[in-house]
Design a protein around this ligand. Structure first.
Ligand SMILES: NC(=O)c1ccc[n+]([C@@H]2O[C@H](COP(=O)([O-])OP(=O)(O)OC[C@H]3O[C@@H](n4cnc5c(N)ncnc54)[C@H](O)[C@@H]3O)[C@@H](O)[C@H]2O)c1
Length: 257
């Protein structure tokens, strides 16, 4: 087990990829706080972990609310005696409205996808520092990179909201890594490619999925479980001298770099 004795907060852990991260982290020995707005589903994930013999709690937290994120860190520390890992996975994705081109909606995307991740990092940082270090993993997306596929770019500037937030996270990851380093807090990101969560089935049309599979070097899209190993690696001591990096995991659609 690669995460034994570690305490991990996984935001957006109630469904999709966050659920897969939560179950895998628990299998690797971590105590897991499943954080989400969808509290019933988060509780179901925590129960699933407990029934398999693991340690887990579910917390009802809006990550864009600073007070709520401070409370989250306090509760996890009180329950498990420290915080070692923050997996910043919650975002407006399933709940996305790509037809909404208003500036208000763009601001809401930034509030959750960027400022929400920053607030969670700020909330856990003192506990990680006191504990001698930690690992923060920000979930970006290949939507952060200019898209080679016309259907997404299209004529609808509203669709840029999500990609803008996800590209901001790559910058934020580097800045947080610079600032956290002296406290042994490492900060890295994962940029997943298209992953077959319920959210993707709702948001991405089938013809686009076919195009992505054909364009992928490995000829496939991902399943939620396909990302968990990369997150375990970034959470574990195996990556102890890695910080400020964004790992693209997309079956080889984007071959830049
Ligand atoms: N599925 C993909 O193809 C894909 C690709 C690249 C990146 N991602 C990213 O991976 C992550 C998970 O994606 P998913 O497909 O499982 O999406 P999802 O929409 O199913 O899951 C996101 C979770 O975050 C929660 N959430 C949203 N706003 C919140 C808030 N303010 N406070 C607390 N929780 C909140 C939601 O309730 C949901 O459970 C997201 O960051 C997404 O942007 C997904």
């Amino acid at each position: 087990m690669r995460l034994e004795n570690k305490v991990a907060i996984i935001t957006g852990g109630a469904q999709g990829i966050g659920r897969a991260y939560s179950l895998r982290f628990a299998q690797e020995g971590a105590a897991v706080a499943v954080v989400d707005l969808r509290v019933d589903q988060a509780q179901a994930v925590a129960r699933e972990i407990q029934e398999a013999g693991g340690r887990a709690i579910a917390l009802d937290v809006d990550i864009s609310d600073e007070e709520a994120t401070l409370g989250m860190a306090e509760k996890v520390n009180a329950e498990f005696g420290g915080i070692d890992v923050l997996l910043n996975n919650a975002a407006i994705y399933y709940d996305q409205d790509i037809t909404d081109q208003s500036i208000e909606y763009l601001r809401r995307n930034f509030d959750v996808n960027v400022i929400g991740q920053l607030l969670c990092a700020r909330a856990v940082f003192p506990y990680m520092k006191d504990g001698g270090g930690g690992s923060i993993i920000n979930i970006s997306s290949t939507a952060a990179y200019p898209l080679p596929i016309p259907y997404v770019a299209g004529e609808n500037f509203g669709t840029y909201a999500y990609g803008l937030t996800k590209s901001s996270l790559i910058y934020l990851t580097k800045m947080m890594a610079r600032q956290g380093g002296s406290s042994k807090v490492r900060v890295n990101a994962i940029a997943p490619g298209v992953t077959m969560s319920e959210a993707t089935k709702k948001v991405v049309p089938e013809f686009a999925l076919d195009g992505l599979r054909q364009g992928a070097a490995l000829g496939t899209t991902l399943e939620p479980e396909d990302l968990a190993g990369t997150a375990v690696y970034l959470a574990s001591e195996d990556s102890r001298l890695m910080t400020g990096q964004t790992l693209v995991v997309d079956a080889g659609v984007w071959l830049n770099g």
